[in-house]
Design a protein around this ligand. Structure first.
Ligand SMILES: NC(=O)c1ccc[n+]([C@@H]2O[C@H](COP(=O)([O-])OP(=O)(O)OC[C@H]3O[C@@H](n4cnc5c(N)ncnc54)[C@H](O)[C@@H]3O)[C@@H](O)[C@H]2O)c1
Length: 302
């Protein structure tokens, strides 16, 4: 039976930080059955353990009854591959696999070959062109203008959730140049059912959020690189002067490799020198000083 948002079942690809969060809000808030797929069995195991922990926390805080938590957990089924999405006849797939253009275009090509052209295909990418991802769904041997190609690409959309998904209220909705209005409306309704507020962005490098945030972080790193201020004073300036919950260097430490990858996308995608990644950022990533995830970034996390 279709719920108010029109989705009877959804598939989620990737059980990492983002995919797991998307599966969580889909099951808890949108109350829709979720088929979760990841190529890594250990990632599935740790993802499901995290989901149990999040549900347990909500129950202990009185945000949810034990019965509702059990129901939400029962809505999530782990599946082996994309054929399971076809067999279950999912209405939408949200892809949250690793940020890599070749990987994502391959996944979308396989999804398009496997699933009905009516199935919405959404990507949670932070920076890759949704238009390029949509083009990867054109059936083999067909031109982009062929009606089958137009039907296939028109159901691709960007649905950019923020980290951590259960907490952050925003989803950016990004239409590729091929996306239909119906796809945008259905994807928006689903994000709202997941308990999110939705903003729209054109398909430009970084969309709105990262096109504004990453240059800010990059400038903060350049400020440190040039010796204009110390790490602590740069971060303090924004915590105490602008009421930011954390300073830009602390925020970058959530993943300096991801910051660099997005900054490069902005630079390459626009050709504008104002987006040139800071040399210090490049060197920190060369050194594997990636922030929290590697134990060292602008701060130490040992
Ligand atoms: N982490 C963030 O803050 C954040 C915020 C917004 C958007 N995003 C985007 O969300 C996506 C996922 O990011 P993440 O931080 O969750 O990464 P992650 O590394 O935590 O998880 C990615 C998962 O994808 C799986 N995967 C890779 N290739 C696969 C394939 N072919 N089939 C199935 N599973 C596959 C990996 O095993 C891994 O579990 C990326 O596109 C990223 O840019 C991340």
């Amino acid at each position: 039976m279709a719920l108010a948002h029109g989705m009877r079942k959804v598939g989620v690809i990737g059980a990492g930080q983002m995919g797991l969060g998307i599966a969580f809000v889909s099951a808890v808030h949108a109350k829709v059955p979720v088929l979760l797929h990841d190529r890594s069995a250990s990632q599935i195991k740790s993802g499901l353990a995290l989901m149990d922990k999040l549900l347990g926390k909500d129950v202990s805080k009185g945000k949810m009854t034990q019965e509702a938590a059990n129901e939400a957990r029962d809505r999530v089924t782990v599946v082996d591959g994309l054929t399971d999405f076809r067999q279950a006849d999912v209405d939408m797939v949200v892809e949250a696999a690793t940020e890599n253009v070749d990987l994502k275009t391959k996944i979308f090509g396989s999804l398009a070959a496997e699933l009905s052209p009516k199935t919405i295909l959404a990507s949670n990418t932070s920076s890759i062109s949704i238009t390029k991802i949509a083009a990867s769904t054109i059936p083999e041997g067909k031109t982009a203008a062929h009606p089958e190609a137009q039907q296939s690409t028109s159901r691709v959309v960007g649905l950019h959730f923020f980290n951590p998904v259960p907490v952050m209220k925003l989803v950016e909705l990004i239409g590729a140049v091929q996306t239909s209005q119906e796809t945008l409306d259905r994807a928006r309704a689903f994000a709202v059912a997941c308990g999110k507020e939705v903003t729209s962005s054109q398909d430009v490098p970084g969309f709105v959020a990262n096109a504004l945030l990453m240059p800010f972080l990059n400038e903060a790193i350049m400020c440190l690189e040039k010796g204009i201020a110390t790490r602590d004073d740069i971060d303090k300036t924004f915590r105490l002067g602008m009421a930011h919950p954390m300073g830009p260097l602390q925020l970058g430490d959530i993943g300096l490799d991801t910051c660099l990858a997005i900054q490069r996308t902005l630079y390459q995608g626009t050709g504008d020198s104002k987006y040139r990644p800071s040399v210090l950022l490049e060197r920190m990533v060369d050194a594997q000083w990636l922030g929290k995830k590697s134990g060292k970034g602008f701060y130490d996390y040992q």
